[in-house]
Ligand binder design. Structure first.
Ligand SMILES: [Mn+2]
Length: 426
């Protein structure tokens, strides 16, 4: 399925008048406050987020899986789905592949397909948290941290293979997330597990092409419920430093204990030039994989405020790999991703409205009330007309969810693929 230009223009017909009115009003209000609206809109147009290849089917939980039908059953169909989202939102110009779930069978063909849809290959993800078919060794008791060298070597070899696959597609980074840890006290020696992990990561690091980076993700718990080897940003930061200048930490919003100050983590990692990538999602309790911005939109704004500050003031930090990492059960996965992209853009736009000069002055004067006012004034602005303008400028639709439904995308996908297709992934 492909969305045609005429369909986009058609969808925009009924929305354009309302958009113009709200945009003109917001634009003149922001103008009077000294904001450069055209620059903000251009930044939003440029901001692209990678869609994970595992989020296009109905997400699974340990208890069940309920399909929305018409799921993509091949990598080609997954790229096609991202193409649909990108046509509408103009924000999903990249895909993050998970290996071995999405190994291309024809590299040239898949690259051509992605190119035609303006989709780049972002970070590639390895998988040593489950056993693959015909695997010699098991990851039941860990992968890169395993007490057995043979198992560690198998996990290292897998990561090197993922790099080779990503390299053929134009990816520039490898994301490593480990499920390694222990479920019961005494099961694992913390020091040995960390040392094994560090040595394994160093072996993978040696295999990185010159212009590649390695992103080390962390998570406090699950699937292990007593200890996790790379449990927090400090451990990830330590390992990234041990590996070298091409290794960075990756922050996944859902991978923190409740009430963690994620914006502070982001800020410090950028100061140290070690924030490499970002996984967006939202959660109430733990790693709930909920739609970005659906539970804690203010926290998301505060995180973006630090990201914007870091992008302006921390040249020592590289450009970030932006990715969504969420997958659940009760929404059409494509509609969910559209909502996520909208929430990300909204938080970014609001952060761009924070007057950092004024904020600094208020901080220096210890004017705590003014500091809060500056942040909250930006947060309370309804920036949606700016997002609409950014989409129009790139050839997208004004209201992506409305368009997705008006165009009958899911119905069309079911017609083309049938009801009983299942996407690879969790
Ligand atoms: Mn993640």
């Amino acid at each position: 399925m492909k969305i045609l230009k005429d369909q986009i223009l058609d969808c925009n017909k009924s929305e354009i008048q309302n958009h113009k009115e709200t945009f003109d009003f917001l634009s003149s209000t922001l103008d009077k406050k000294g904001h450069k609206v055209a620059e903000i809109v251009a930044k939003l147009s440029d901001f692209q987020v990678a869609i994970p290849s595992w989020a296009l089917g109905a997400g699974g939980t340990r208890f069940g899986r309920f399909s929305f039908y018409g799921e993509p059953s091949s990598l080609e169909q997954k790229i096609e789905d991202i193409g649909v989202i990108h046509s509408l939102t103009q924000t999903a110009g990249a895909v993050s592949l998970h290996i071995p779930w999405d190994i291309p069978s024809d590299y040239k063909a898949i690259k051509e397909q992605a190119d035609a849809l303006n989709i780049k290959f972002d970070s590639v993800n390895s998988n040593t948290f489950q056993d693959q078919k015909n695997a010699k060794e098991s990851y039941k008791y860990g992968s890169l941290s395993n007490t057995s060298k043979v198992v560690r070597d198998q996990a290292i070899a897998h990561n090197l293979e993922v790099i080779t696959i990503g390299d053929k597609l134009g990816s520039k980074s490898l994301t490593v997330w480990l499920a390694d840890g222990s479920c019961f006290p005494g099961q694992s020696n913390f020091q040995t597990a960390l040392q094994n992990t560090e040595n394994s990561l160093k072996d993978i690091y040696k295999g990185l092409p010159k212009d590649w980076s390695m992103l080390i993700e962390y998570k406090p718990y699950e699937p292990n419920f007593y200890s996790t080897v790379i449990q927090d940003w400090g451990t990830s930061f330590m390992l990234a430093n041990a590996c070298g200048e091409k290794a960075f930490s990756l922050v996944d919003l859902g991978h923190h204990l409740p009430n963690s100050n994620i914006e502070q983590i982001v800020s410090i990692l950028m100061l140290k030039g070690k924030l490499g990538g970002f996984h967006f999602n939202d959660s109430k309790y733990g790693d709930d994989d909920l739609t970005v911005g659906s539970i804690k939109p203010y926290a998301l704004f505060l995180i973006f405020n630090e990201l914007v500050y870091g992008m302006r003031n921390n040249p020592q930090n590289p450009d970030l790999a932006w990715m969504i990492d969420a997958s659940h059960n009760v929404k059409d996965p494509l509609e969910d991703l559209i909502q996520s992209l909208e929430a990300i853009q909204e938080a970014y736009a609001k952060a761009l409205l924070v007057d950092q000069v004024q904020l600094k002055e208020a901080q220096l004067a210890n004017d705590v009330v003014k500091c809060q006012e500056i942040l909250q004034n930006a947060y309370r602005t309804d920036v949606r007309p700016l997002l609409e303008k950014a989409r129009i400028n790139n050839g997208g639709v004004i209201k992506p969810i409305n368009a997705f439904r008006a165009l009958g995308v899911r119905g069309q996908l079911i017609k083309e693929r049938g009801k009983n297709t299942i996407a690879t992934g969790l």
